[in-house]
Design a protein around this ligand. Structure first.
Ligand SMILES: [Zn+2]
Length: 211
């Protein structure tokens, strides 16, 4: 269909993975006033959702997972929105959480310095699909660097490197350590002291319509 083509073709033209916007997965409104990020950011934090534990393999299931996580984060945790910047399904597609422009609630104490990207599932003992891994390792950050949202020298970290947590699971974390932008830091010795952004690219907002 036309809207389907528009959705995927616009993403492909920009060299970006197709990101399902909030309106597509049926997000509830943001509660309150979002805080803008100061782009570009220097960090990409990787998470697993843990709950839901089963990987989501199609749009209907991933969208339902997004709605249940948002409900949990807003109603039970009392946050303003789903915590993650983006969530990735096992089909490799990206679901917009807080997105490129607003501070998330994913990595306590470090939310204004990085994007939090979660893969749906529990990756303590098993790995995500190659499609999901490719999105987090390659396509999403490449697109973000090109768009000026992420610094070219960004550091990729697992949630557990900054906060006392098992996230993103042993299996996934051990794989992350082999990825190009992975940066070894301990909880206390972060090598980043907030230098000014490299440049102030104009932000190209990906025009993905909901028709
Ligand atoms: Zn996490």
């Amino acid at each position: 269909s036309f809207s389907h083509c528009l959705f995927f073709c616009v993403a492909l033209l920009l060299g970006c993975p197709a990101i399902h916007p909030r309106c597509r997965w049926g997000a509830a409104p943001y509660q309150g006033r979002p805080t803008p990020l100061q782009l570009p950011l220097g960090f990409l934090y990787v998470h697993h959702t843990y709950v839901p534990a089963p990987p989501c393999t199609d749009f209907a299931r991933c969208a339902a997972n997004m709605r249940s996580m948002q409900r949990y984060h807003q109603d039970t945790r009392g946050w303003e929105d789903i915590g993650y910047s983006f969530v990735v399904g096992s089909d490799g597609y990206v679901y917009e959480g807080r997105g490129w422009h607003w501070v998330g609630a994913h990595t306590l104490g470090h939310n204004s310095r990085g994007f939090g990207v979660a893969i749906v599932g529990n990756y303590t003992a098993a790995l995500p699909t190659e499609a999901a891994l490719r999105t987090v390792r390659d396509t999403l950050p490449t697109c973000a660097v090109r768009a000026g949202f992420l610094r070219p020298d960004y550091a990729l970290l697992g949630h557990r490197q900054l906060v006392r947590t098992d996230c993103p699971g042993d299996a996934l974390f051990h794989l992350l350590r082999t990825w190009p932008h992975f940066t070894a830091v301990s909880l206390r010795s972060l090598p980043y002291h907030g230098p000014p952004p490299l440049s102030l690219h104009k932000c190209h907002k990906v025009p993905v319509p909901c028709l």
